[in-house]
Design a protein around this ligand. Structure first.
Ligand SMILES: Cc1cc2nc3c(=O)[nH]c(=O)nc-3n(C[C@H](O)[C@H](O)[C@H](O)COP(=O)(O)OP(=O)(O)OC[C@H]3O[C@@H](n4cnc5c(N)ncnc54)[C@H](O)[C@@H]3O)c2cc1C
Length: 429
């Protein structure tokens, strides 16, 4: 990793070196901004994976980082949803194929820690980008500058802070941006599994009353050709009980829950238990700050939307700031940042509330809600155009995607590729 001992000045300080922060830092550095990214790079395995959809893959391909992950992902060619709520009304199973919307796969599934470690390695070798593996202790927003003090005493000064420092964001708090927070009576249990039967690139969601239990295809490992990751939402009481089980007992309960779909389950390596919550920042921007990723929005892992949404934040921020610089605008000015906020508003609103409604529909056992859920799934199973619209919305989203996520971004940041970006770009393909 790059380390600097002196105080640093940059165009942009990215707070947080999780997947969202590192991705934003890479996009901003490649757009020609000088960037300092501050945060611990957490590469501990915890059974968590992320399904990255088509638009996110285009983003990583445009940044040239995707080859680093070749052979480390598994494609999701089909998504199947099976009702396991025991609803009084029969709820149909639904299956979505990527081929129906002209894609070979909806996206690719990868272990979180593998993604973060790879992005950090690339960041460390990227022009215009300094990665400080430290924490921000304090941050002040002044008229023209942002001043951050790191835990080791170093200081970073920048024109703008991109806050990607997660749910407890110090940058967001110090900027005086409030949040709306809510909780769900659910814990997500995550684990990597191996099994005798192939997953056939199908992600299968069992919709139970406590939430979905999802098997997502995972790349093979040595001697383990068939692997999946698991995200199982359960009540806090069930999580407490399962936490105390031996791996073999837990594997048995997983197998029961998924109707032995993939045969005998074995758990590979450590898993994790994550309490489910929702959070929405009251504003996406403030004076010399723009929020990105979980510093701005949190919701449960239904339909694999969280990081995909965060990457759209990152790509949009790089685009808005790139355009502002071409026009000679201050990248930290409220007017510039408002453009970012308005570009992101409806996407964030739709995902946060859509996932919330989906989750509450499952948690409720009221007959009218079950009826609505059943009718909705029936409509999606029977009506082709509706099903295809839902699939497109899930992987590519409505409205205009940021330029880096559009198909074949042949010339990136063309507006400022004429040399006005004094620090230059380091195109990676
Ligand atoms: C079980 C589960 C499954 C999921 N599956 C999917 C999926 O399939 N697809 C998908 O798109 N999304 C998925 N998500 C969501 C996705 O994992 C998150 O949206 C994503 O990891 C959030 O990334 P982030 O970088 O915003 O936040 P974080 O990963 O929380 O990173 C924030 C970083 O900021 C750092 N930080 C905090 N304070 C400071 C400070 N003071 N100074 C410096 N750094 C600081 C932290 O150390 C951390 O590294 C899932 C989530 C869960 C819980």
């Amino acid at each position: 990793m790059s380390h600097s001992t002196a105080d640093t000045q940059a165009d942009i300080l990215v707070a947080g070196a999780g997947a969202a922060g590192l991705s934003a830092a890479l996009a901003l550095a490649q757009a020609g901004f000088s960037v300092v990214c501050v945060g611990h790079v957490d590469t501990r395995a915890n059974g968590r994976t992320v399904a990255l959809f088509e638009a996110s893959l285009r983003f990583y391909k445009a940044l040239g980082v995707w080859p680093r992950f070749r052979g480390k992902t598994a494609p999701l060619a089909r998504i199947a949803m099976i009702d396991a709520t025991g609803a009084r009304l029969p709820v149909p199973s639904v299956s979505f194929a990527a081929a129906e919307i002209g894609l070979a796969a909806f996206g690719e599934n990868i272990e979180n820690n593998v993604l973060v470690e790879g992005l950090a390695e690339i960041a460390a070798g990227t022009k215009n980008l300094v990665l400080h593996e430290d924490m921000i202790d304090d941050i002040r927003f002044c008229e023209d500058w942002v001043h951050a003090t790191l835990a080791n005493g170093q200081r970073v000064t920048a024109k703008l802070a991109a806050a990607a420092d997660g749910r407890g964001s110090i940058a967001r708090t110090k900027a005086g941006i409030g949040t709306r927070v809510w909780t769900y009576p659910q814990i997500a249990f995550t684990a990597l599994l191996s099994h005798p039967k192939p997953h056939r690139n199908i992600s299968t969601e069992f919709h139970a009353r406590s939430g979905p239990c999802t098997l997502v295809p995972l790349r093979p490992a040595e001697g383990k050709p068939n692997r999946s990751s698991l995200v199982w939402l359960m009540s806090p009481e069930a999580a407490e009980r399962r936490r105390a089980l031996a791996n073999s007992e837990l594997a048995h309960e997983i197998e029961d829950q998924v109707d032995s779909l993939l045969g005998k389950i074995e758990i590979d390596g450590p898993g994790g238990f994550f309490p489910m919550a929702g959070m929405s920042a009251n504003r996406l921007v403030g004076h010399r700050i723009a929020l990105v990723g979980e510093a701005a929005h949190i919701f449960p892992p239904l339909a694999a939307q969280g990081l995909n949404l965060s990457l759209r934040d990152s790509a949009a921020l790089a685009e808005v700031l790139g355009n502002a610089r071409v026009l000679g605008h201050d990248i930290g000015a409220v007017q510039t940042l408002k453009t970012y906020a308005s570009a992101r508003r409806s996407d964030i609103f739709l995902r946060t509330n859509g996932v919330d409604i989906l989750n509450r529909f499952l948690l409720s056992n009221l007959f009218p809600i079950d009826f609505l859920r059943g009718a909705g799934l029936f409509a999606f199973s029977m009506i082709g155009p509706l099903r295809r619209a839902l699939m497109r919305e899930g992987v590519l989203t409505h409205g205009t995607l940021p330029r880096l996520m559009q198909e074949r971004p042949a010339r990136r940041f063309t507006l400022f590729s004429r040399g006005e970006a004094s620090t230059g770009m380091s195109p990676r393909r």
